[in-house]
Design a protein around this ligand. Structure first.
Ligand code: DX5
Ligand code: ZN
Length: 218
C-alpha cells in the first residue's frame, strides 16, 4: 500500500542516470523530481531538459514537484518533458482551480502541494480535481531538513475532509522522512512518502533504506 518516492535532489547529479536506475531497481514506486526556481524557494535546481533526460532512463512514474512562481507558464513544458504527476503549490496559484484543470487537460495527474503554514482549507474546493495531495513536512527549498511535527495533524485533517466527501485521493508527505519519522504520518493517513537523504544517504544502500521505511510505516 505504501509508496516510496526517492527525491533525486539528494542523488549524485554527476551520475544522475545511474542513480535513477539504481533506485528504480531498488524498489522505488515513483521518482520525485524537485524543481526550484530561486524565487518561490531560496534554491535553484533543474528544469525540463533534466526531466526529459530522467524520462529516458526509467519506466517509473515521474512525480514533478514544482517549487516555482508562475507555474502555469511552465506546465506544458513539464508535460512534454515526460512528467506523470505535476505538483503545484497552492501558495503561488492565484487561480488554483484553473492550474489543476490545465494539468488534467495536458493529460497528466494533478497534485496540489501545501507548505507547512498553509491550511487544508486552501484546497477544500479542489479536492475532487486532484490525483494526489502533497503535505510538505519541511519548508521547501532544501533536502536534509528536520520533519515538522504539525504536518501530522494536517494530514489527519485532510484525510477527514476526503472521507467526509467519500474521496480516496492519496496523501503524500515530503520532507524529513526516514524509517524513524514515517510512522506517525502513515498512521495519520499518508500513503505516499518522498525521501531524499533518507534514501540516497542511507549507509546500507537504497534497497535497505526503502525496505526499512516500508516496514516502519506498517
Ligand atoms: C524539499 C523537497 C524535498 C526534499 C526532501 O524542498 O521538496 O523533496 O528533496 O529531502 P529530504 O527527504 O532529505 O528531507
Ligand atoms: Zn519535493
Amino acid at each position: 500500500m505504501v509508496k516510496i518516492c526517492p527525491s533525486i535532489l539528494s542523488a549524485d547529479f554527476a551520475r544522475l542516470g545511474e542513480e535513477v536506475k539504481a533506485v528504480s531497481r531498488a524498489g522505488a514506486d515513483y521518482i520525485h523530481v524537485d524543481v526550484m526556481d530561486g524565487h518561490f524557494v531560496p534554491n535553484l535546481t533543474l528544469g525540463p531538459p533534466i526531466v526529459k533526460a530522467v524520462r529516458q532512463v526509467t519506466d517509473l512514474p515521474l512525480d514533478v514537484h514544482l517549487m516555482i512562481d508562475n507555474p502555469d507558464e511552465y506546465l506544458e513544458d513539464y508535460a512534454k518533458a515526460g512528467a506523470d504527476f505535476i505538483g503545484v503549490h497552492a501558495e503561488v496559484c492565484t487561480h488554483l482551480h484553473r492550474s489543476l484543470g490545465r494539468i488534467k487537460e495536458l493529460g497528466k495527474k494533478s497534485c496540489v502541494v501545501l507548505n507547512p503554514a498553509t491550511s487544508p482549507a486552501a484546497i477544500e474546493y479542489v479536492l475532487d480535481m486532484v490525483d494526489m495531495i502533497l503535505v510538505m513536512s519541511v519548508n521547501p527549498g532544501f533536502g536534509g531538513q528536520k520533519f515538522i511535527p504539525s504536518s501530522i495533524a494536517k494530514i489527519k485533517a485532510i484525510k477527514e475532509m476526503l472521507d467526509a466527501r467519500s474521496l480516496s485521493v492519496p496523501i503524500q508527505v515530503d520532507g524529513g522522512i526516514t524509517a524513524e519519522t514515517i510512522k506517525d504520518p502513515a498512521l495519520a493517513g499518508a500513503t505516499v512518502f518522498v525521501s531524499g537523504t533518507g534514501v540516497f544517504g542511507h549507509k546500507d544502500g537504497y534497497q535497505a533504506a526503502m525496505e526499512e521505511m516500508r516496514n516502519a510505516a506498517g
